[in-house]
Design a protein around this ligand. Structure first.
Ligand code: GDD
Ligand code: MG
Length: 344
């Protein structure tokens, strides 16, 4: 059994954060995102993982190397031009000779992967799709199932009149190698618009597994902030979420950091600073009276005196000037300079 992680998308919806940091390795609670997925693969007994890359592959390879630091063995399948989700799987065909667990490289979940694998084997499916209920399926792949759990219909990004149920494709699949026979080689191809509807047309046994645990696609700034709020509220827990490195005894006069916030190492916090419900990366400097509320701040940032950052995301190495104000929804790319007293 092997794992394959689809991590080749450009992460356009997360720009500007993904200009220098490909989406699969953006920090989530200060750990590169893919590490959470590697942990999940391991929880299902998978040790060999193919990482399917296209956009900025070197940055991902340099970080994860052969995977041995994370208890797995990683092989890389790099596409010159993006081949789509299905094309990426077909591209790795030579390495796929047994049941394969496939993840979209941007979903975070506390799925019981062993339970999905057990059900897949027991019921003899060619493919199992993990589904999750959502309020609005329009941004996802809608999946209709029979009362016995067999998939009956798959509609990617359904229009308003196509929404017939609330279960969507969670971007986690168990696939038998025989699905490769249904896929064209060397061309762009989609699991969602190509393979899954084709398997259903051919009356192949495609099974569903409905998640009743935490699940999120981190691929937009809104969702990226949401996942951090969920982590701080412990709706999602994982050993990858490193505990706050803050030593409260060293906090200067009048500085307040709430219990929830996660502060990474080597962060300087000056007098009168207020940090609430936020995640702060390494080597940040937060000056007198600055406030950071409900926000995610990557590493190496300077937040100058009396600046206020609320419900915003700050990339690496930015300078936020004195008394500058970041109102809810601001997303700053790496090395942004916000001049003193600016309001965004
Ligand atoms: N290697 C490779 N090559 N990977 C790709 C490519 C490609 O050409 N295109 C996309 N990917 C990867 C992305 O990096 C991401 O991890 C995953 O495939 C899914 O792509 P997204 O662009 O994030 O798709 P989506 O979020 O709009 O929709 C998908 O995920 C939903 C769940 O979050 C679909 O699978 C939906 O059906 C699903 O509901
Ligand atoms: Mg996505």
């Amino acid at each position: 059994m092997k794992g394959l992680i689809l991590a080749g998308g450009k992460g356009t919806r997360l720009r500007p954060l993904t200009i220098n940091t490909p989406k699969p390795v953006v920090p989530v609670a200060n750990s590169p995102f893919l590490l959470y997925q590697i942990d999940l693969m391991r929880s299902g007994g998978i040790q060999e993982i193919i990482l399917s890359l296209s956009y900025q592959p070197r940055k991902i390879e340099d970080l994860l190397k052969d995977g041995s630091d994370y208890g797995v063995w990683i092989q890389y399948a790099v596409e010159g031009t993006p081949l789509g989700t299905g094309g990426a799987f077909k591209n790795a065909e030579e390495n796929i000779d047994s049941t394969t667990v496939v993840f979209n490289g941007d979903v975070l979940t506390s799925l019981d992967l062993s339970a999905v694998l057990a059900q897949h084997r027991e019921r003899g499916a060619i493919a199992t799709l993990v589904l999750t209920p959502v309020d609005n399926p329009s941004a996802y792949g809608l999946v209709e199932t029979s009362p016995e759990g067999w998939v009956q219909r798959f509609i990617e990004k359904p229009g308003p009149d196509e929404i017939t149920c609330n279960t969507i494709n969670a971007g986690i699949y168990i696939l038998e190698p025989s699905v490769l026979e249904y896929m064209p080689k060397g061309e762009a191809y989609s699991f969602e618009r190509g393979l899954f509807p084709t398997l259903l047309e051919h009356k192949q046994p495609v099974l569903s597994f409905i998640l009743d645990r935490y699940w999120i696609d981190i691929g937009t700034p809104h969702k990226y902030l949401e996942v951090h709020q969920d982590i701080l509220e412990k709706k999602f827990t994982s050993p990858r979420v490193s505990p706050s490195a803050l030593d409260r005894a060293t906090l200067p006069l009048g500085a307040i950091v709430d219990e929830k916030s996660i502060i990474d190492q080597d962060v300087t916090i000056r007098c009168g600073v207020r940090i609430e419900n936020s995640v702060i990366g390494r080597n940040c400097k937060i000056d007198e009276g600055a406030q950071i509320i409900d926000s995610v701040v990557w590493s190496g940032n300077t937040i100058d005196a009396d600046a206020r950052v609320t419900s915003s995301i700050v990339g690496k190495g930015c300078y936020i000037g004195r008394s500058a104000v970041l109102r809810p929804g601001v997303v700053l790319g790496d090395k942004t300079v916000v001049t003193d007293y600016s309001q965004l």
